[in-house]
Structure formats: structure tokens, C-alpha cells
Design a protein around this ligand. Sequence first.
Ligand code: ZN
Length: 657
Amino acid sequence: MKSLWNEHDAAQFTDDLGLRVYTSRLLGRDSSLVLHGGGNTSVKITQKNILGEEEEILYVKGSGWDLETIDRAGFAPVRMKHLLALAHLERLSDPEMVNELRTNTIDAAAPTPSVEAILHAVLPHKYVDHTHSDTLVTVTNTERGLERIKEIYGDSVVIIPYVMPGFDLARDCALRFALDAGPNTIGMVLLNHGIFSFGATARESYERMIALVDRAERYLQSQNAWTFSLPPVKPAPPSLRRELAALRAQLSQQAGTPFIVSWQDDEKSRAYAAHPETARIAQQGPATPDHVIRTKRLPLIGRDIDGYVRAYRDYFDAHAATAREPKTLLDPTPRVILDKEWGMAAVGHTAKDAAIVRDIYNHTIDVILRAEALGGYRALSARDLFDMEYWDLEQAKLRKGGKPPLFTGEVALVTGAASGIGKACVESLLARGAAVVGLDIDTAIASLHNKAAFRGIHCDITDETQLIAALETAVRAYGGLDMLILNAGVFPPGRRIEALATAEWQRVMRINLDANLVLLREAHPLLKHAPRGGRVVVIGSKNVPAPGPGAAAYSASKAALNQLARVTALEWGGDGIRINSLHPNAVFDTGLWTEDVLAARAAHYGMSVEHYKTNNVLKVEVRSRDVAELAAEMCGPLFAKTTGAQLPVDGGNDRVI
Ligand code: ZN
């Protein structure tokens, strides 16, 4: 492990807090040190308050901020005097502690200080860095963890036996640090939890962290426990989407709410799942206790969801009975699934939650395999992990959670998603909490949104193989398919029938009609497994009820698609799948409407472009977003009892009315 300190970059940060921001980001850049909010940093600064008095303030990472992207505003300023006084209390409940931290910040707009704030305060150094380093938890999660830490560090660290984060840990650290710290102390190791370093400058504290972790890495290397090999495995099955969608349906059904299930079938995941000792090594617990909140204590190995849920309830009952306060059972759904053929799945209420679980478990695999090589992985006891999972601060957070967005945990697929109505549909569905897969022939689709809830796939929908591959990718990414928006289409230049070439007619039919038949057919087994019932929305056209001259191929293709949708409604109602059509007209902010087409159509009706845009009964311009919002709502509860319907979204058209 190497220091990432760079003089040139550091020079942009001139004051104490600025340098705190800089080295915090350096820590955040290494996911083996800091992962998804794990770890925190602080700096102590003496400054004048509004009365002109000198006051020492602890700037400590605020909750909800990640070290990788933290800014000055991410550090909560808390009065040191009060923090040190709190550290001397005999006892303080964790909710009381959080209240004290919040009410003793000097900025009303500050984030809630880290629950480890008191711990930072009691360490008598200007800068304090704390990480949940994979390497440290690897060494300490073994049978002889304590002895190994002593062997690696000698008197350069103070060692703290495991205590759950919160007030008790802060007080323990204060006492032990006062007793054990000597002239050579540059850090503190918290067994089964992580490591602290400290120093007089931002650079010193940061580089001590790097040096300390580097020593542990070298130790693992010297013990042949750094690189590990896994037995070879057979290639992953090429087509799994139906089985995966069925498993997600079962998972969602027992929970009573849809889940995102994100699969990775790389060799490492499959080999780990197939490891002969999986039942022992993977069934102990997470690498560090804060992971239990994301991943739960144990993964599901195999596919017996009911068995997992029963075991989880037993674990809850056994530990809740002896807890100090009453506990409420959390959702017992597994968050990690290991399957020797399918690989590893991360489960979450949202795609972002699932992505976090996936990252954490990928690190967990490394920690477990290295600890195994070192002499045997040994996680915290079920009791300690239960106390963390059911920590009253975490339970309070759950009680606070408001109503989630409409499509939380659901998956939508939109064709023609890179521009116009399709792009707007992606936005409307994302805004309602869905994970969205966008297909488009335009390669720009891949980078349309940079977020866990979006996957853009470059795809020619007239190519059956590509379409099927896209569905496979969609299901592996999110677990299944709940909503389908058939939007992709072409609007060729106006041409009278006597001039319409067969090839052009066929091209329009292939894109606007045939591709949708293939997609519907291939999506059916997936939509059938949608936990809340499958939904399809067809973006039709005003040309269905009121065709225009010069648009024979387009009008005929959309009319045929309309008829296909009506038959679909009849055939699939029994599977709980509903399909409805929208007929937009004159939506000009789309890929179809080039300047030329727009001008030609306006001229055809003898109008200015402006007049043409609002040429409807209500005299309003219909935008992509208007169509998309209606399409999204058609997938929601408002239309729960409607199928086979056609709805105009055209500002009112006298030929349609
Ligand atoms: Zn920690």
C-alpha cells in the first residue's frame, strides 16, 4: 500500500480543514480502506466564537458523507469541551449521545456528527484518521488475531478488544489509550472493527495510516495469505433469465415487496460459492460489524429462501429475547445469495442498495479467503452481530423512513431510450424509483445516466439475437422485468403509396411492428414473474385512429402494433399482465422530428411551424415529458384495473374526438 499524497494537489488546500478534506479523499479513493461510508476522519481547530472567545472545535465527518467525495460542508463542527466532558460520564445511551452531538455543533446546518465523534475527541492529536481496512479485519478476524496484531505492531499501536461502536467504545478507548499509549504510539487497532492513526499534520496522520496498513499487508504476504487461489469452475450457463426471474419472484413474494436482485457470474464468485468449505467459511458473519446492516449476518447458500427466512427468524427470536430493549423484527430477506452455478447475487430494495451490498461482499470474499489462508476465518459472535444489526440507532432510522417511491424494487425496460419520448420515459421511471434498462441503436445509450439504477444497452431491436441478449443482461443486472415500454420506432419521410418502395415498407414494419412482437414474446415469461403483475405500455400514434396522407408505412405499422397490443391484453390478462396504449401526436422534441420533417409536415398543412406545433383543440404543445409521465402512471396503481385501453395524448384532435 502506497501513500497517494501529492504536493501539487495538496497545495490547493491551504488551511487545516482544507487539508483534512484532501487526505480524507485520499483515504476514500482506496476501497480496501474505506467502503460506502465506512471510516471517518477529524481535525481539531481552535477558533474564535461569536463572543470573541477562543474555542476548540472538532471537525468530524458527518453521517451521510463518503470520504471519497467529502467537502468542507461534510465535516460537523462540535465543541471539544463538551465532547471531553461526555467521555467522562459513567453511561450515556446511544440516542442520548447522538442528541448531545447534534446539539453541540456550532453550525445549525451541519450534518449529524459521526457516532465515533467522542472517540476522535479523546485522542490527543490534531488529526485523526479511521478506516475499516480489509487487511486489518482480515488479521483480527482469525483465531490468533490479537497475538498477530501484537506481532505486527509491537508498541506502535494501542489495542482495543471488540466493543460495539457507540458511547461504550469511546469510553473504553479513552481509558485504554491513557493507560497504554507510549512515545512510539502512532495508531490504535480496534479488533474486528478497524484501525485509527493520528498525527500533528494531515499528512502525518494519513501516511501513518498507510504505513500501518502496509505493515499488515506485508505480514499477510509473509504468511502466504495475500494471494489465494480458487478451484476451477465450469462456465456459467448462458441463459438464466427465466430461472433468475422466478427466484426473484419467490424472494419478493415472501417479503411482500419487490426486490432488486443483481447477479454477477464471474469466476471468482462462482468458485467461492462452490468452495468445498463454503458452508463453514461463509456462514459465520461479515468482516466488520457495520456490514451486517447492509448484508445481514449470513448469505443464502443455494436457493432455499423459505429455509433462510425460518433460520433468520430463529436467530431473531433467540437474541431479541435477551436484548435490553424490545426489538422489532427486520425484513428477513437475504441480501447476498451464493449459488455455485449462478454466482453471487446482491439483493436490495433499490439498485443502489444492491450495488452497495455487491461491493461489500466482494471485499468480504477477499477478507474471508485471506483469513482462511492465515489459519481460519473467525467472525464476531452471532450475539455481537445481532446487537449491531438491531442497534437502537439503526432501528430509529428505520422508523423515520418515509414512504418509498412508487416503483421501488421494480425493473422497467424502455426501447428507443436514447432520445425523445423513450429518454423521457427513462427519467419518469427513474424518478418513481424503478431500475431502468434502456435499449437504443444509438451508442450514446450506454452513458445516458451514470447511476446504479440505469443500464443502457446498445441494441438493434430488429436483430432477435441482440434483443434476447439484452433481456438476459437486464435480468442479470436487476433480477427480473416488471414494466416494458415499447417506444422505439421510425417515421420515414412522407411518400405517397405510388412511390413507396417495398424495401422501405418492410424496414418500417421490421422496426415498428416485428421487433415488438419478438420483444413481447421473449418478455412474457419474465413479466409473468413480476411481483406486482407485469405492465406493458405501447407508444402508439394519433395515426392509428386518424391516419395522414403520405405516411402509409408508418400508419399501417402503428395500427398493426395497436391490434397486436389488443390481442396481448386478451391473452395475458390471466397472467396478471396488463397492456395499454398511448396515442401521442405532434410531439416535436423527439428523434423522429428532424427540422426537415417538421418543416415539410407544416408546409403540407399550409401552416407555420409554430402554429403546427400547437395545432390542437387545447392549443397546447405536447412534449416528450407529458407522454412519458402518462406512460409511467399507466404502470402504476391508477391503471391497475385497466388493460387493452388506448389513450390519446395530443392536446385534443378533432379527427380523433
Ligand atoms: Zn469504525
